[in-house]
Write a protein that binds this ligand. Structure first.
Ligand SMILES: Cc1ncc(COP(=O)(O)O)c(C=O)c1O
Length: 359
């Protein structure tokens, strides 16, 4: 079976499974803010239309300035991209043919883009059910490596590695002359996240990738940014195609940046929903990863394989993300986004139904 490589676009999943696409469904497979885009974005939508007849600013000057102010970094340390995905692809191109280390299970795009660029890939496997990261265990893999991709908080587990762990890994990589690509696509879902951006000044081997598509619920627009030393930013920008970030994305970014109130509201909403869900899972004896963000891994410990549960949910129009292309998971877990209260209630209803017939 050929599994879809990402969440969202659930028709491909039903096609792969040979199942009819349900009339009603809830897509838990994409980790997007359940509150939807901020209302300020809708208010401006009409104005954006006027702008589509001109080419986007190829230097994204206005958005870069706003972002640079917001994250307190110089403008030449910032690169805007067509989603975090484009920035990951650019980094992989810069690393073509080099030796990279991936900490698995993690976002599958690191492997896909590194393979496309003929990198030599070394894997460091985290062990279920804790998926904890121990810098000492990772050390031997870093010898002779050119780059390490690290996702924090990690997708698909939702686990946040402590700052001291990350710092010790960056220091070790610096000694080994190894770049660290820290992917913070979900950092803003974490209450009181400690930003690693100030460490760019201390560590020349550090690059940070962020996405605006998750928190601001704009995956259809595509917008992300990368922070690194100016020399790295300049090298990457030469690999980027001209006008890669479109006008609407740039304007939407200007509206979203510095929307602290929206971020705090979203964090609180998700935190409450996560607590409600996790209490239910505990009561019904489902195992979950220790997520601190807007998605989590779940499995029914009474089953060896989760395929039966996966199929049951798809029949009910509940769409989790399969984990067949996450190394070390191979379908033994399912990933769910935290959605609206009503949608989470429906998930719990269906899982309660499952539990009554499988206990
Ligand atoms: C960890 C991680 N990084 C980056 C991305 C890319 O995000 P986008 O291209 O939508 O900004 C994703 C998307 O799912 C992700 O999960």
């Amino acid at each position: 079976m050929i599994w879809p490589s990402h969440g969202s676009n659930p028709r491909y999943l039903y096609e792969a499974m040979g199942l009819p696409f349900p009339e009603k469904f809830i897509d838990f497979s994409a980790n997007i803010n359940p509150l939807g885009p901020p209302s300020s974005l809708k208010d401006k939508w009409q104005d954006f239309y006027q702008e589509i007849i001109v080419y986007p600013d190829p230097y994204a000057s206005k958005l870069r300035e706003r972002l640079a102010n917001a994250v307190k970094i110089s403008v030449d340390s910032l690169l805007i991209g067509n989603g975090g995905a484009e920035l990951i692809a650019l980094v992989a191109r810069m690393l073509a043919g080099k030796k990279v280390v991936l900490v698995e299970p993690t976002f599958s795009e690191y492997e896909t883009t590194c393979q496309a660029n003929k990198c030599e890939i070394l894997y460091h496997q985290l062990e279920e059910p804790d998926f904890g990261l121990n810098p000492t265990d990772l050390r031997s893999k870093l010898v002779d490596a050119d780059a390490l991709f690290l996702c924090n908080p990690n997708n698909p587990t939702g686990i946040h590695y402590p700052p001291a762990t990350i710092i010790s890994i960056i220091e070790e990589c610096e000694k080994q002359n190894c770049l660290v690509i820290l992917d913070e696509a979900f950092y803003d879902f974490l209450i009181d996240y400690e930003s690693f951006i100030p460490y760019i000044n201390q560590f020349s081997n550090l690059m940070i990738i962020r996405s605006l598509t998750k928190m601001f619920a704009i995956p259809g627009i595509r917008l992300g940014y990368l922070v690194a030393r100016p020399a790295i930013v300049s090298e990457l920008s030469q690999l980027q195609s001209h006008w890669s970030t479109n006008t609407i994305a740039l304007l939407a970014g200007e509206v979203c940046v510095q929307n602290e109130t929206f971020i705090i509201q979203s964090q609180e909403y998700i935190c409450n929903e996560r607590k409600r869900l996790f209490d239910f899972f505990k009561q019904e004896e489902f195992a979950v990863s220790a997520s601190k963000v807007n998605f989590y891994l779940l499995r029914d410990p009474l089953l060896k394989e989760q395929f039966q549960l996966f199929e049951f949910l798809l029949h009910q129009g509940i769409i989790p993300r399969h984990t067949f292309n996450f190394l070390g998971l191979e379908g033994r877990w399912l990933r769910f986004a935290i959605k609206s209260e009503e949608e989470n209630n429906q998930l719990m209803e269906v899982l309660a139904k499952w539990r009554t017939s499988h206990h």
